[in-house]
Design a binder for this molecule. Structure first.
Ligand code: FE
Length: 160
């Protein structure tokens, strides 16, 4: 049996994960926190990015109904609810249902996240304040690329 790549198989993505082109870093609602998109998976409802944190203190409190995988490339960060910091070289599995408050460290951190499903933003009382999914993340990146001159269509190279 000879295996061939199916014509239905989507194209691969090969990118420098920690981009040196600042235009590829999308600002978030949190000053000092940028995300560098790598994949927007519109079929599974998931996305992959490198998150760059250059701020200390509380960043965001949220719930994940679906799993998250993280690999810390550089630096460290912490969830207020946990004893451990996530440090360079470590892999973190956030199980479905996890609720945590991300906090930055003095040193810059870089982490690759693979986020599935939805990220539900919460206030201090645990009340829902918003959400993110692959489609809100696409819209955020699209608007940023347009604003920095790359053009809104630049987002297409990350969409599968
Ligand atoms: Fe999270």
């Amino acid at each position: 049996m000879v295996l061939e790549v199916s014509r239905w198989s989507p194209p691969e993505i090969v990118e420098v994960a920690v981009s040196e082109d600042e235009r590829e870093w999308v600002p978030t609602a949190n000053p000092g926190v940028h995300v560098r998109p790598l994949l927007f998976d519109t079929v599974r409802g998931a996305w992959v990015n490198v998150t760059r944190i250059r701020t200390t203190g509380l960043i965001t409190r949220h719930a994940h109904p679906c799993p998250v995988h993280a690999y810390v490339i550089k630096g460290q960060w912490k969830y207020l609810e946990r004893e451990w910091p996530a440090t360079a070289g470590e892999y973190v599995y956030e199980p479905p249902g996890d609720i945590h408050t991300l906090t930055g460290h003095e040193e810059e951190s870089l982490t690759m996240f693979w986020i599935t499903g939805t990220l539900v933003e919460l206030d201090e009382d645990g009340k829902t304040t918003g959400y993110a999914d692959v489609f809100t993340r696409i819209a955020q990146a699209e608007a940023h690329y347009e604003a920095v001159g790359l053009g809104a269509d630049y987002v297409k190279k990350y969409i599968r």
